[in-house]
Design a protein around this ligand. Structure first.
Ligand SMILES: Cc1cc2nc3c(=O)[nH]c(=O)nc-3n(C[C@H](O)[C@H](O)[C@H](O)COP(=O)(O)O)c2cc1C
Length: 350
């Protein structure tokens, strides 16, 4: 019997895949946050296999997409098993962002396009991208309208509470809703706060009450109990996790259990806390996907994930393991064989 080629399967899935409707999808929405240099395809695949329902891919430059930069375009490629995947764009020119969204939709059919209106990094804000757009609500609205007019897929915005004041979101959220955004994700800090202080969930709840589109809460959700509390406190439609998922893709199962949601896949491993064996086999699988995507040289790029998989919190659970030595060996591996070797000698202290 002849087998369908991956290309044909992909085309079929595009035809039969129903369009995301953020108002109708089951709540709460549980999502992986976009994180530049971290949430690439291999990590997203690991999170999806373990249980995250929705993936936000790291931001890409609309300008680079429009100019045909091959590396940037390749970053937006989607494998069927990762879906639903929302691709985030940054930029500030409505027409260029719309064109970038159209190109990506034509190439890889993401399940949603998200606009970055929250990044506080100077390199981004000095170009009037990211969180700078909160200072120019008219332009922000024009961007949403232009992208809505260019693609069929839903359009969302990820933003913060404001540039300097944490109540700016109460009017900004309405501007984005009126412009046609289908969903908002709000990180409960201002641009000026960067990552200091704590995510102000109360303010996110007030913004949620000010609009009728779904709102996802973001910032400082690091466990199931926290996710439950955040949702109860705010009435938000979902939670999005960034740093809490690094080295801990199992967190999505913990959250699903805690808030009574259905994970994308029921992970068959040890619950609630993964064992050391689970961690080791997941790291090896992550490395395998990394090599599949980037070649063996891609393991150098994977090194930054290793300390998260074996972080300090494990010291109490496994006092016999020398995690300091393990982490320092892992950040030097360059080949799969070296990685396997290091992991097979998880070293008991003294
Ligand atoms: C390394 C790193 C890269 C990030 N890159 C992006 C990005 O590309 N787009 C974006 O909207 N936010 C980005 N963020 C912000 C996160 O998506 C998220 O809003 C923030 O980390 C707060 O959520 P958390 O407390 O769950 O980590 C990044 C954060 C980190 C730590």
């Amino acid at each position: 019997m002849s087998r369908a080629s991956p290309l044909k399967l992909s085309a079929l899935s595009v035809i039969f895949r129903s369009m995301l409707d953020w108002k109708k999808v089951p709540k709460p929405i549980i999502a992986l946050a976009p994180m530049a240099d971290m949430t690439d395809q291999p990590f997203c695949r690991i999170c999806k296999e373990i249980g995250v329902p929705y993936i936000w891919r790291e931001m890409v430059s609309a300008e680079a997409i429009v100019r045909g930069n091959l590396k940037t375009r390749a970053m937006t490629e989607i494998s069927e098993f990762e879906r639903p995947v929302i691709q985030q764009l940054f930029g500030n020119d409505p027409a260029r962002l719309a064109e970038a969204a159209r190109i990506i939709e034509e190439m890889f059919q993401p399940d949603g396009i998200d606009i970055n209106m929250g990044c506080p990094v100077r390199k981004i804000t000095e170009n009037f991208d990211g969180s700078s757009l909160m200072r120019d609500p008219e332009r922000a609205a024009d961007i949403v309208k232009a992208i809505k007019g260019a693609v069929k897929t839903p359009v969302s915005v990820k933003t913060r509470l404001g540039w300097s004041k944490d109540d700016e979101i109460l009017t900004f959220a309405k501007v984005l809703e009126d412009a046609g955004s289908d969903l908002l994700t709000i990180h409960g800090r201002t641009k000026e706060q960067g990552y200091s202080g704590v995510s102000n969930w109360t303010r996110i709840g007030q913004a949620k009450a000010a609009v009728s589109i779904p709102v996802i809460l973001n910032g400082d959700v690091v466990d199931g109990a926290g996710a439950k509390r955040a949702l109860e406190m705010t009435g938000a439609d979902g939670v999005m996790l960034g740093r809490g998922a690094l080295g801990n893709p199992w967190i999505f199962n913990e959250i699903a259990d805690s808030v009574g949601a259905t994970p994308a896949f029921a992970w068959a491993g040890t619950r609630p806390a993964p064992t050391l064996e689970d961690r080791i086999s997941t790291v090896l699988r992550h490395a395998h996907y990394q090599i599949e995507r980037y070649g063996e040289g891609g393991l150098v790029k994977l090194r930054k994930h290793f300390p998260y998989y074996f972080k300090k919190e494990l010291h109490d659970r496994y006092p016999e393991i020398d995690f300091v030595a393990l982490r320092s060996a892992l950040v030097r591996v360059s080949t799969y064989l070296e990685l396997e070797d290091v992991l097979s000698h998880v070293i008991p202290a003294n």
